[in-house]
Design a protein around this ligand. Structure first.
Ligand SMILES: Nc1ncnc2c1ncn2[C@@H]1O[C@H](COP(=O)(O)OP(=O)(O)OP(=O)(O)O)[C@@H](O)[C@H]1O
Ligand SMILES: [Mg+2]
Length: 352
């Protein structure tokens, strides 16, 4: 049985209108890192707060480590759920040393054990030498690691982190994603991380949960989510994509679109003739005699790749250019005609 189970959880803050979270079902394994990903207002924080016990669902069941912490009959208070929280702004106590900050949550422990545990978790987050400093003598990334150490100190079953990377600049953010994932894996802690940033989600988690308007859209490993998004929303939310409509061919392996015939990675069992396909920009490779060709309308230099917008002449009713990525060393002139092929592995049939 899964370590954390949220079953049919619904929460409506207002009597009328759409619920903030609707019929949510989520099962998480021991030691797994899962991120909740979605646009602002889609119910990520509400889901986290219900799990922690700061918010009561209208209905549903929550089980953590075989213990029912919420159902129709009871609600276990937050401090008895064995959950550690790391908030967006870290909330370290400015007047206490790093060590005291970490020891704070261990008030029921004996002093010597508190001190030993603080040393242990500070070592885990790589800040043993900073124990006697105060929070304002630390960088943003270091402060965040202290907040994580403090949350880990009481040995919680689960760590919840709400937008843990949002206060960090781009370079530090990338490093912290790596550090946080490492620290959580070393501590073998189950973690749920909330973010609206796809890169955060993909780089730290074992599985990603994409939400929209309080409803889970897809739960998958990052690679699978990227390659096989279930619907148009997920396809567009996780990375860039080209969404095309078309007609499924009788062989169930090709789709006729306005840019021409596109191959699917495998035969589909889809029954409808009218379909949507998502084609990732990375799946389009510039080649000499490619199957598709069009005019370069725009080139955006992205550092590690360049993004091209290409208009294809085939159907005047569809003006949407195709977005494709090209290697930076390739000189591409605006107005020139280029040709490309599409890798079927980065093509997916998606629901509307
Ligand atoms: N205490 C509250 N009272 C009333 N409505 C609330 C409350 N908390 C959240 N909501 C509403 O519930 C919905 C989901 O909010 P939530 O904070 O869970 O979103 P989120 O996905 O965390 O968004 P963000 O990325 O902006 O933090 C929103 O429409 C929000 O306005
Ligand atoms: Mg939020």
């Amino acid at each position: 049985m899964s370590f954390i189970q949220m079953k049919n959880i619904t929460k409506n803050f207002h009597r009328i209108g759409e619920p903030a979270v609707s019929e949510l079902n989520l099962a998480i394994n021991q030691g797994e890192i899962v991120t909740l990903l979605g646009p602002s207002g889609c119910g990520k924080t509400t889901t986290l707060r219900m799990l922690a016990g700061f918010e009561q669902p209208d209905s549903g069941t929550i089980i953590i480590d075989d213990l029912t912490v919420f159902d129709n009959y009871k609600s276990v208070p937050p401090e008895k759920r064995g959950i550690g929280m790391v908030f967006q702004d870290y909330t370290l106590f400015p007047h206490m040393t790093i060590e005291k900050n970490v020891m704070f949550g261990l008030s029921k422990w004996r002093f010597r054990e508190r001190k030993r545990r603080a040393e242990e978790v500070l070592e885990l987050v790589g800040l043993s030498d900073y124990a006697k400093r105060s929070p304002n003598e630390l960088s943003g990334g270091q402060q965040q690691r202290v907040a994580l150490a403090r949350a880990l100190a009481p040995k919680p079953h689960v760590i919840l982190m709400d937008e843990p990377f949002s206060n960090l600049d781009a370079g530090l953010r990338e490093k912290m994603r790596f550090d946080v994932a490492n620290i959580l894996k070393q501590a073998n802690t189950t973690a749920i991380i909330v973010t609206h940033d796809q890169k955060d989600a993909f780089s730290v988690s074992d599985r990603v949960v994409v939400m929209r308007n309080g409803v889970i859209q897809q739960i998958d490993e990052p690679r699978q989510m990227y390659r096989c998004p279930r619907n148009c929303f997920v396809a567009q939310f996780v990375g860039k994509t080209n969404l095309l409509t078309g007609k499924l061919c009788p062989d169930m392996l090709h789709v006729d679109t306005h840019i021409g015939r596109v191959s699917l990675p495998e035969r589909t069992e889809q029954l409808l003739e009218e379909v949507h396909v998502s084609i990732r920009p990375e799946g389009c490779r510039l080649t000499e005699k490619g199957r598709y060709s069009g005019k370069v309308e725009r080139v955006t230099y992205g550092g590690d790749y360049q993004e091209l917008e290409i208009s294809l002449p085939t159907n005047p009713l569809v003006n949407e250019p195709m977005i494709i990525y090209a290697p930076v060393e390739r000189e591409v002139e605006i107005g020139s005609i280029v040709s490309f092929d599409i890798t079927p592995e980065l093509v997916a049939l998606v629901e509307n």
